[in-house]
Design a protein. Structure first.
Length: 73
């Protein structure tokens, strides 16, 4: 029998969004900067299986990125 706690979930962290024309995207390459609509102070959104579940702040954990959960969506 499978324990429900052992089921893996798909977690995605969204730090921002933007819309831009395909022509702009095609012109991007190394060292290009993609500007997001969010302000720096806005929380990241933690998606669980495609559904917004938490709000969080991006942090560093050693040499990796992490998210500190600050609220539920």
């Amino acid at each position: 029998m499978v324990d429900m706690k052992d089921i893996n979930l798909d977690i995605t962290v969204v730090i921002g969004k933007t819309k831009l024309p395909l022509s702009t995207l095609e012109g991007m390459g190394k060292d290009s900067i993609l500007e997001l609509d969010n302000e720096y102070i806005e929380p990241a959104i933690v998606m669980v299986n495609g559904v917004p579940k938490f709000k969080g702040e991006v942090v560093t954990v050693g040499n990796k990125l992490g998210v500190r959960i600050i609220d539920e969506c």
